[in-house]
Design a protein around this ligand. Structure first.
Ligand code: PAF
Length: 286
């Protein structure tokens, strides 16, 4: 695996591949890698002969500076995992490499309602930051394929919108969420939980499964209130949202209707760690 830090070295390492050619697949990450990230590398290898991964903890997408400061880092282990997974090129930029003019006063992306719903409400500015960095990374790597994890459901929708807005000819692939044996969605943040917290965290997925088993037999508001109660009873400190939303727009569904494509999305704090997860409804094996 080749490791590059500068844009020049990145372009040189990719000089054999024409811009936006399907032969280059790209997985952007913030490091602290787990098997979910490795599943994105594995899926990339099925698509393209050249797999590029970036590790960059993007300061502009953290609305909470303490969260940025605490974001887990494990670069040596990450490098070993990426090498073992068959990554060809690892891009490790500095802040000044991606933001040569600094991180203030950056242009805004038109994200419409996506910024006003769910994560958009609870993490103001977060998706602008995601677009700022992903746009820069896509311009640098110029991949034909971009792979993202389904755990970040709303982020996938935001980046789809970014691709449309910028008319970048990169194809987006969304890879299913990888889960631990007890159902907890793999996340870099999980490693900040204590052993007890780690056990309690699995209740977020149990609650989503319960929600799925009830849909569409009860009104959304009743299910949301009960799901929130379940998470608090399981030891979560607070619930930002647990919401049944239209699967294509994320607008809240106000009535139970089996004909609408629906997804339940949750964000909740446990031991000060913010966990998110989601489950498309009506698609699980009984
Ligand atoms: O999902 C993430 O890890 C980040 O939001 C991303 C897409 C790498 C942008 O910093």
């Amino acid at each position: 695996m080749t490791i590059v830090h500068s844009l020049q070295a990145l372009r040189k390492a990719l000089s054999g591949a024409p811009a936006h050619h399907p032969s280059v697949a790209f997985v952007p990450t913030m490091g602290a890698l787990h098997h979910g990230h490795i599943s994105l590398v594995a899926a990339s290898r099925q698509l393209s002969p050249t797999v590029v991964v970036s590790i960059f903890v993007n300061p502009t997408q953290f609305n909470d500076p303490a969260d940025f400061a605490r974001y887990p880092k494990s670069l040596e282990q990450d490098i070993d995992m990426l090498e073992a997974a068959g990554t060809h090129l690892l891009f490790l930029p500095e802040v000044a490499t991606l933001y040569p003019q600094g991180t203030q006063h950056l242009p805004a992306y038109p994200l419409g309602r996506l910024e006003e719903l769910l994560e958009g409400v609870h993490r103001p500015g977060h998706f602008q930051g995601v677009c700022q960095v992903v746009h820069r990374l896509l311009e640098a790597v110029q991949p034909g394929q971009l792979l993202l994890g389904a755990k970040d459901y709303q982020q996938c929708m935001v980046i789809r919108q970014l691709l449309q807005h910028t008319t970048l000819p990169t194809q987006l692939h969304i890879v299913p969420t990888m889960r631990e044996a007890d159902g907890l969605a793999m996340s870099s943040r999980n490693r900040r939980l204590s052993a007890d917290g780690r056990r309690q965290a699995a209740s977020i997925y149990r609650t989503l499964r319960w929600f799925d088993s009830q849909w569409p037999h009860q009104p959304p508001a009743v299910l949301e209130a009960e799901a929130s109660r379940q998470l608090l009873a399981a030891g979560f400190d607070s619930v930002d949202y647990i919401s049944i939303s239209h699967a294509h727009t994320l607008e809240p569904l106000l009535q139970a209707d089996a004909n609408e494509p629906a997804v339940v999305l949750a964000a909740a704090f446990l031991e000060g760690v913010r966990l998110i997860d989601n489950l498309p409804l009506g698609q699980q094996p009984a």
